[in-house]
Design a protein around this ligand. Structure first.
Ligand SMILES: [Zn+2]
Length: 468
């Protein structure tokens, strides 16, 4: 934790609100410039356009990105040359063909050679540096120019349009940011960003005794949008249902991100808040967006980047699991071209259409990180374990850890309703998916603390997947 964060969370509430609001106000001034307006207008038009028009834009942006990289990035210009790609080819050949000739960009390269990867274009002054949360290992810093930064806010605004939110709205955010002293036992467990009508709520104080304070504050603040980590919103939702609390407001949408969203979490949250839950994917280093629509399908926003899928393996009769490789149009200052981001997705074997009318193709879902995929000799790769919780009562938090192909442990924070029959049901469900020969132990614990980045990992594999 840095000094700024410490100062912030130790400040009295009034000062904290002032500090966060001042920051919000400064950010607003950076956000709404000519790039924001231009980008937002363009993105709004594309959202209503035909798939062909989106593809034409996709191709145009990719060519611009390749041109930027070969012209201004020392790293990429060397890589392009080594792979026989010239500036002339970038200008004239189909950009997707050129992309296919380039190697993957590994995370370690981006981390250790950031300066060389960055564009030295004098028109792209550094504007903001974003730190990624660093799921594994140390965080990474990625630099944006003004165009990229304002473009990101334009994308956020389009996402809010996608959710049906008006221009001004109240939002509540649960995230890994520590805004309240983790040791405090007294409300308030939140802080205001007044310029953005936003309330940051601590995800670290969601304990039984404090939950009534959260409900009271939410009831008076009446958010139109709740966003953040599924594990945090789920705890609140469980509490609302258990205490049969009816909220005096109904949000327009709940948008969840960063952790794998499990189906039982989604159901409980939708029931407790009476609105639809949307799952959303985009990383802080600037990965293109994957967004759930009103029909529950995951659309690849092709106007924010290129998605490629490698190491594809069968998951079940209808879907495959694959590693995601991204090329992003969101950041020309630090170009990400064929970037191996480390996340996995679930794909349909046959193309499937969504009838929501959005001009973007769909995939089955977002799985998360590589270590969210388990492996057993009996069943091979297993990508989604959340159906195993179906019908199991009385679980507040849980985490599945696989130590070896033969051994799985479920760490579990129980609440009312969890008994031996529920335990047996959970083991039965897990064996159905992972195989009957597996040893499964249930370990009852008081809490499952989130990782250093504030995210709770719900599934984790602690050994290397065998090569395929
Ligand atoms: Zn759709």
């Amino acid at each position: 934790m840095d000094i700024k964060e410490k100062l912030l969370f130790r400040a009295p509430p009034w000062l904290k609100n002032l500090m966060i609001s001042a920051y919000g106000w400064l950010e607003q001034r950076k956000r709404y410039g000519s790039f924001y307006r231009k980008n937002y207008q363009q993105l709004s038009l594309l959202m209503q356009a035909t798939p062909e028009a989106v593809l034409a834009y996709h191709s145009k942006r990719l060519r611009e990105l390749l041109h930027e990289a070969i012209t201004y990035s020392p790293w990429y210009s060397a890589v392009f040359q080594q792979n026989g790609v010239t500036a002339d080819m970038v200008a004239n050949e189909p950009p997707l063909d050129i992309l296919g000739r380039l190697p993957l960009l590994e995370k370690t390269t981006l981390k250790t050679r950031t300066e060389e990867v960055m564009s030295a274009n004098p028109a792209r002054e550094a504007f903001t540096t974003v730190s990624t949360s660093g799921t594994s290992g140390s965080p990474m810093k990625v630099v944006f120019d003004a165009e990229g930064r304002q473009g990101t806010y334009a994308e956020w605004r389009r996402y809010h349009d996608w959710l049906g939110l008006p221009e001004k709205f109240h939002s509540v955010r649960f995230s890994g940011r520590i805004i309240v002293d983790p040791a405090t036992t007294r409300s308030p467990f939140w802080a205001h960003n007044w310029p953005d009508c936003q309330l940051f709520m601590s995800a670290y104080h969601l304990k039984k005794d404090y939950l009534p304070f959260y409900v009271e504050k939410l009831s008076s603040f009446k958010p139109d949008l709740i966003d953040g980590y599924p594990s945090a919103v789920y705890i609140l939702a469980r509490y609302l249902l258990r205490t049969k609390t009816r909220l005096p407001f109904q949000p327009t949408a709940i948008s969840l991100t960063a952790e794998t969203l499990m189906e039982h979490q989604r159901k409980t949250i939708e029931q407790a808040f009476g609105c639809k839950v949307y799952n959303q994917y985009a990383s802080s280093e600037g990965a293109p967006w994957i967004v759930e629509c009103s029909q529950g399908n995951y659309h690849l926003w092709l106007d924010t980047g290129v998605f490629e899928f490698i190491n594809r393996q069968e998951l079940d009769s209808e879907t495959d699991v694959a590693e995601l490789v991204v090329t992003s149009f969101r950041n020309f200052k630090t170009p990400l071209i064929r970037y191996r981001i480390g996340d996995y997705v679930q794909l349909y074997k046959k193309p499937v259409q969504c009838d929501c009318g959005a001009p973007y193709p769909i995939i089955r879902g977002i799985i998360g990180r590589n270590d969210d995929i388990l492996f057993t000799h009996e069943k091979g790769s297993v990508g989604r374990l959340d159906p195993a919780y179906k019908g199991v009562e009385g679980i507040q938090k849980s985490k599945i850890v696989q130590y070896t192909p033969e051994e799985v442990a479920v760490y579990l924070v129980p609440e009312e309703g969890f008994d031996d029959s529920q335990k047996l049901l959970l083991i039965h469900n897990l064996k159905e998916r992972l195989g009957s020969k597996l040893s499964i132990s249930i370990k009852i614990v008081d809490d499952i603390p989130p990782g250093k980045n504030g995210k709770l990992k719900s599934v984790e594999r602690r050994f290397q997947l065998p090569e395929t």
